[in-house]
Design a protein around this ligand. Structure first.
Ligand SMILES: CC(C)(COP(=O)(O)OP(=O)(O)OC[C@H]1O[C@@H](n2cnc3c(N)ncnc32)[C@H](O)[C@@H]1OP(=O)(O)O)[C@@H](O)C(=O)NCCC(=O)NCCS
Length: 295
């Protein structure tokens, strides 16, 4: 088994693996060109006898923090410890870089992925409820509001830092299936959002919504992140956000719900045609590994 950074020439082998994952519904084909671009994030392939057997991506965008995603093993090579070896390599990269916290997300029933991460000391940090709005179901609920304004990133950062949702999400700001450690870089997280929209009442921000583009699921989806505030304003913002739908297949939102009572975003999203997979309870789980001695 050898590891190396993926190159353009690996694309066909990577796509051949993706075609066999989740009955061909893997999002990798949508993001692979982006993932192969040179940059600080590294797509690593594991090779066996020169053939690409598996892959995983290491993203170091925030100080002291690394995000792992895209773990895949060719079904022909599964069950031989390749995912563990790849994750071990990622953890080594994080340790070499002095990273304090390494994190990843996975669906609650992905036992294989959870066994792999548990072997390296990853522990559940927090859970979010996945909420999906298929275009056909939500488009009839879209309504542009003249009260919606673009919010300056500094003001948005202060609103999010004090929000109930951030606390309920253990400090993570969701962006589709990726979760940003907000306090480590509020502006890095907000720079990933296509729009930051709000509604003001009496001069203060009554509700905020971040609309994320280039989600981990590629152009086929668009995420509604950090929808929070007063219930009526939240619903108005959600309806407004739906007017940005174009040819996307669906919208997705992760609802922080660890502290019991779901925040107002969940009822608002259900009202505008979104559906949940687990009755609105946490089903997308963020796992963290802390370097020894790190807080
Ligand atoms: C998850 C995945 C990467 C695991 O790859 P792998 O190389 O077969 O995993 P390993 O051989 O390193 O096995 C690691 C552990 O997972 C367990 N495992 C593997 N496949 C499993 C399955 N289908 N169900 C339950 N456990 C499984 C193994 O028993 C082993 O656990 P153990 O050492 O405690 O016994 C692979 O199944 C895959 O590509 N799945 C689809 C994509 C995916 O789910 N990626 C993770 C997204 S977060």
């Amino acid at each position: 088994m050898a590891f190396r950074r993926a190159a353009e020439a690996d694309k066909p082998a990577i796509l051949a693996i993706a075609a066999q994952i989740w009955e061909g519904d893997d999002y990798l084909p949508d993001v692979i060109d982006d993932w192969l671009k040179p940059g600080p994030a590294q797509l690593i392939v594991a090779t066996s006898g020169g053939r690409v057997a598996g892959l995983a991506r290491y993203v170091a965008e925030f100080p002291g923090f690394a995000w792992l995603e895209g773990l895949r093993v060719d079904p022909a090579y599964q069950g031989q410890g390749i995912a563990k070896a790849l994750t071990g390599r990622m953890v080594e990269m994080a340790d070499e870089a002095g990273v304090e916290v390494t994190a990843l997300s996975t669906y609650m029933d992905n036992t294989a992925s959870q066994r792999v991460s548990a072997a390296f000391g990853f522990e559940r940090a927090v859970g979010f409820a996945y909420c999906e709005g298929k275009l056909d179901a939500v488009k009839g609920h879209a309504r542009a509001s003249t009260r919606v304004v673009e919010v300056a990133r500094d003001e948005a950062a202060a609103f999010i830092a004090a929000s109930r949702g951030l606390a309920a999400g253990a400090g993570y700001l969701p962006h589709s299936w990726r979760f940003y450690p907000f306090a480590r870089g509020p502006q890095i997280a907000l720079a990933r959002m296509e729009r930051v929209l709000g509604i003001r009442e009496g001069g203060r921000l009554a509700a905020l919504l971040c609309l994320g583009d280039q989600t981990p699921h590629g152009a086929a989806s668009r995420s509604i992140d950090c929808l929070e505030g007063e219930p009526e304003a939240v619903e108005e913002l959600a309806r407004h956000a739906l007017t940005y739908a174009r040819e996307e297949k669906y919208f997705e939102a992760m609802i922080p719900c660890e502290e019991g009572g779901a925040p107002p975003s969940l009822p608002a999203l259900l009202k505008v045609g979104f559906e949940v997979w687990n009755e609105g309870k946490a089903d997308v789980i963020v796992f963290e590994r802390r370097r020894q001695g790190a807080r």
